[in-house]
Write a protein that binds this ligand. Structure first.
Ligand SMILES: [Zn+2]
Ligand SMILES: [Zn+2]
Length: 87
C-alpha cells in the first residue's frame, strides 16, 4: 500500500506495510506476539504467531489486516527479536 497517509506516531508516511491486528495492538503495548514477515520495500506484510499457526492448519486468519507505517513495522520487528524474513 502506498500513496501517503499519516501515522499517529511518525507523522506523514509514503510507504506502509500490512500487518495483522494482533501485531498492531501488541506494538502499542510493547508486547511481542511473534512476527512472521515477508515482502519487499513498500509492500511488506507480517503476521503474529497465532495467525501464522491458524493459517498453517488451514483455518482463516484470525486477525484482520491493518496498515502500519514502515517505521512502526521496524519497531514491531525489533520488539519481536528481529526475526528473519519468511521466504
Ligand atoms: Zn495475528
Ligand atoms: Zn509509524
Amino acid at each position: 500500500m502506498s500513496g501517503g497517509g499519516t501515522c499517529l506516531k511518525h507523522g506523514p508516511q509514503e510507504s506502509w506495510a500490512i500487518v495483522c491486528l494482533g501485531i498492531g495492538d501488541a506494538l502499542k503495548e510493547d508486547q511481542a506476539v511473534g512476527f512472521v514477515w515477508g515482502g519487499d520495500d513498500g509492500a511488506r506484510w507480517a503476521l503474529c504467531s497465532h495467525c501464522d499457526k491458524q493459517i498453517a492448519q488451514g483455518h482463516a486468519r484470525p486477525h484482520k489486516p491493518v496498515p502500519l507505517c514502515n517505521a512502526c513495522f521496524i519497531e514491531a520487528w525489533q520488539l519481536n527479536g528481529k526475526p528473519e524474513k519468511f521466504e
